[in-house]
Design a protein around this ligand. Sequence first.
Ligand code: F6P
Length: 533
Amino acid sequence: MIDRIRELAEAASDDIAAFFTEDAGRAEAFSIRFDGMLFDYSKTHISSEARDALLDWAEASRVATRRDAMFAGQAINETEGRAVLHTALRNLGGAPVLVDGRDVMPEVLETLARMERFCEDVRQGFVQGQGGTITDVVNIGIGGSHLGPEMAALALSPYQDGPRCHFVSNVDGADISDCLQGLNPETTLVIVASKSFTTVETMTNAETARAWMAGVVKDPGQQFVALSTADDKVAAFGIAPERVFGFEDWVGGRYSVWGPIGLSLMIAVGPERFREMLEGAASMDRHFQEAPLAKNMPVLLALVGLWHHQGRGYPTRAVLPYDQRLSRLPAYFQQLEMESNGKRVSMAGEPLTMPSGPVVWGEPGTNGQHAFYQLIHQGTQVVPCEFMVAAQGHEPELAHHHRLLVANCLAQSEALMRGRGIEEARALMAEKGFNGKELERQAAHRAFPGNRPSTTLVYDKLTPRRLGQIVALYEHRVFVEGVMLGINSFDQWGVELGKVLAKEIEPVLESGDTTGKDASTAQLVDFIRANRT
Ligand code: F6P
């Protein structure tokens, strides 16, 4: 299948704008609308023929069957023998979801209800710190136990009406030190978010937070909460069972914001807003399950991704939200996409015959325009851009700011497609009085190749519901890409080796005994030992 896609990708017209002159219906035909969202992928090199071939590939990969297997609780994470059921966390109607013949929904809904009760108790002051009402919540976690709530709390900050939320992830002492500075241990609630409750960064930070609190309050344990699947380890840390919110191993770390890992977010914005986010995600789940492949937003987003990376060979893709409050979304998508689809063997353990996931990166607009967009417009490698923007902001009194923001977003995709031909650049330079060789030289610098592809996702406003939809859209996109690549998107063995070696090197930094280490590592250890006090 991939050979056919590559053939089409190589033969594709290099004049994206021509698609629009040839076909007045191009924009609509290469867009999908769902609920309050519009996904426009018309500014790409994808022709109807290419789209048909991509859809054939999706059919041949049995995307719909695999999707149904995921929602049905089958163990599609085959290397770990686990179901993949983050979708159950937002199945608020409670329709049964069976794992090994057992309906998991009663437990999911009971945990959600417990989270909501606890959250209200914190927000209304019934759960107190030893110095009174909780003023600050510190979520300690990393990767999937950090990025989701951190990203969403910032995205939904206009809805924040609870205690202030802070997020600590890095084992670098600077992170926790800066966070705790200025907080009152007597009115701070610490949430230790770790699925495994063994992650070294999280456990080191949790111990530091406990020691910080122990200096001031009598019983720090009372101001700690755990979010984890590992009850025994949580108990050993000294957190009371009524302060533990558990979940099952069928919730992957990078898919876990919908359940207990989202507790800090729920405390910040309140249970009602949190539910709206879940409902948004659930509506995207239904769309993914019910819409035909050709009209299915996550499927099309995946097909565009595969076309660009596996078909046309573009090595990266940029996620460019024109929304300052989505500034952590690119980092969140980095984990979601690169930890899921950055694999080198197929589900069967065979080396892949095509590239797996692309490098995903990005920053919010308009900031990026004044930094890396130069390369996107004129650099030698093509970066497919995924723009997103809301029709309205949250600051009606600053509507003119939002108009400028939207105008910039739309202008970028237009400029990437149209470019500026050499003739136009020459005319510009001639107007400025250049001629001859110097005109040619100056014009060359001012020409833009154009024909650079992008997609744009627009929506009415960044509400909790829309955020849920956007995140679920990308989750399912990653799933579809994984199925079509034949890989397991739900394990992450690639993060293990570095962890093992870090454990080995830590004592070497103390002893200085670099026996068995390569010369470069030994040199680095020696330098660090010689340069610390
Ligand atoms: O090291 C990678 C990873 O396992 C991620 O997949 C996960 O989200 C993160 O670490 C945190 O893991 P935990 O929630 O178990 O602390």
